[in-house]
Design a protein around this ligand. Structure first.
Ligand code: TXA
Ligand code: MG
Length: 337
């Protein structure tokens, strides 16, 4: 049975944290909030515990996990060759939504890295996450706490939808702040390469360490195995409109309405009066989309639409990370219209 326990995200009750930490130490699974999305955590040094994560999520074994630490000292237990650039990034962005790919130490459970010689690590800024890692006294491997391929969870309810019965305990700290996953930066290469764009942008990284590359889609698939798999998707087919006038967006929605139920997520208000049309309007800033996109996808999916049409946003700064997720969720992209 899965227990859900509500916690104050600023000041979590220590007795609850201790209980969750003892589950981690005993090789169990704990879902917890981070500032990005909810994570599904296990002791990163315990092979059989880490395997439970892959089973619970039905995650392909070739998709490595992010390990969460609560101090620079704990990082030293799992990663080696932390060079000067990495130190500067840690100084500037930790705790926060930046994951660094570093050389791994052999003590880490092998399946965490899915056969790679590297390990992805971050220090989350959520107090619940930090308290849990600290009380567990071990680094915590945690992918997003969704079933593999589904939109990432930004509330405890999303975790329950996907993983009830599979986890021992869910720490409910309310809705996560950012809403999309961390930036993944490989610092084992020169220049360092962004493998997954996120809240910490290329410009923010460059301002601290100079040139930073961005893996092309092909390299992406090769170097960050996880990005190859289907991602962030609701059950419905997703149609992404990259750049569309209100007229074009409306036309696309009306076309699909001829066939059945249509969901729409966008910043443009559409004048479509139809009981088969369900629309969720968001602000047009990157943070508005990041905050709401996964829960909007889950909400519309419950109405069982034929398609969900999504209106894209400007692809700069943090908008890049949002558009990356939308493209991966989409099975059709309409652009230049
Ligand atoms: O914000 C986040 O990063 C959330 C919270 C829970 O911390 N976690 C998360 O984990 O998004 P997950 O498992 O859903 O995504 C991990 C990503 C995948 O794209 C995976 O391929 C990449 O990190 N990754 C992990 N280890 C890697 C490694 N050694 N080399 C390259 N990429 C790696
Ligand atoms: Mg994920």
């Amino acid at each position: 049975m899965t227990r859900v326990i509500k916690l104050d995200p600023e000041r979590p009750r220590q007795e609850v944290i201790e209980r969750a930490a003892s589950i981690i130490r005993d090789g169990g699974l704990v879902a917890f909030p981070t500032e990005t999305v909810y994570g599904l955590g296990a002791d990163a040094m315990n092979e059989s515990a880490v395997r439970k994560i892959f089973e619970a999520k039905a995650r392909p074994a070739d998709n490595p996990l992010i390990v969460h630490v609560e101090s620079r000292k704990m990082l030293g237990r799992i990663a080696g060759d932390v060079d000067e650039k990495a130190e500067r990034l840690i100084e500037k962005f930790w705790p926060g939504p930046l994951t660094l790919v570093l050389k791994r130490k052999p003590e880490v459970a092998a399946s965490v890295s899915a056969g790679l010689q590297t390990i992805a690590v971050r220090m989350p800024s959520s107090n619940i996450a930090l308290a849990l890692i600290s009380a567990s006294k071990t680094p915590i491997a945690a992918p997003s706490a969704n079933s593999s391929g589904r939109p990432s969870p930004t509330t405890a309810l999303h975790v329950i939808e996907d993983l009830a019965g599979e986890i021992d305990i869910i720490l409910d700290g309310g809705t996560t702040d950012i809403g999309i996953e961390s930036t993944v930066l490989d610092v084992t290469t020169d220049p360092p390469m962004i493998l997954r764009p996120g809240w910490i942008t290329q410009e923010m990284l460059s301002s601290v360490i100079g040139p930073v590359g961005r893996a092309t889609l092909d390299e992406d698939f090769r170097r960050s195995p996880g990005t190859r798999h289907r991602h962030y998707s609701p059950h419905a087919r997703v149609v992404l409109i990259e750049h569309g006038t209100p007229e074009v967006i409306e036309q696309v929605c009306r076309e699909h309405l001829k066939e059945g139920l249509v969901g729409f997520i966008g910043h443009t208000a559409l004048l479509i009066e139809d009981s088969s049309f369900h629309s969720i309007q968001l602000g047009k800033r990157a943070e508005d989309y990041a905050n709401s996109i996964y829960s909007a996808l889950r909400k519309l999916d419950k109405k069982n639409p034929r398609v969900i049409v999504i209106e894209g946003i400007e692809e700069n700064g943090q908008g890049l990370a949002v558009m990356d997720r939308l493209r991966r969720a989409a099975s059709e992209v309409i652009s230049n219209s």
